[in-house]
Design a protein around this ligand. Structure first.
Ligand code: NI
Length: 173
């Protein structure tokens, strides 16, 4: 099992628009496997390639945290094609340490993408699955959940995070 480093805000790669994957080949399958191990290790329910420093359009989601082998979704080039309703959820992100805030998103989504066998697939998600898919697809466009909270809360977080990083640097970390 190989675990990748999860990059944290304000790492610049988290703000870049990730490039499309031209073909799901061995390299992409291996990247997806590593991302899944990294997600389970964290633990988290979703991970996008930019979070491990790879600016390509690949996401993994597993609401079961590895408990249910049929629950794992790995998608290249995922695109939201249909949305419905609204849902408020307390969100967090492995790349945004020590913050969880309420975010309003669509309650139901249909996502089109390419699975790890190279087949075009459609995935439907409701509730937490819809939220996770939207959160991970946001990462591919350089968008973080803090972009969906109030400006005041966001700037408070950014200030706190800068202070923490300065202290880490002072300690030589
Ligand atoms: Ni995230």
């Amino acid at each position: 099992m190989s675990i990748m480093e999860i990059l944290k805000f304000p790492s610049p790669v988290l703000r870049k628009r990730a490039r499309a994957i031209l073909e799901v080949d061995g390299r992409i399958q291996e990247l997806a496997e590593k991302m899944v191990s990294t997600m389970y290790d964290a633990p988290g329910i979703g991970l996008a390639a930019p979070q491990v420093g790879v600016s390509e359009r690949l996401i993994v989601v597993d609401l079961s945290l590895g408990e249910d082998p049929t629950a794992l979704i790995a998608l290249a080039n995922p695109e939201i094609i249909c949305t419905e309703g609204e849902i408020d959820t307390e969100e967090g992100c492995l790349s945004v340490p020590e913050l969880s805030e309420n975010v309003t998103r669509c309650a139901r989504v249909v996502v089109r993408g390419v699975d790890m066998e190279g087949r075009e697939v459609e995935v439907e998600g409701e509730g937490l699955m819809a939220v996770a898919l939207q959160h991970e697809i946001d990462h591919l466009d350089g968008v973080l959940f803090i972009d969906h909270i109030s400006k005041l809360k966001r700037s408070r977080y950014v200030t706190k995070r800068k202070k923490e990083l300065q202290e880490e640097w002072k300690r030589g970390g």
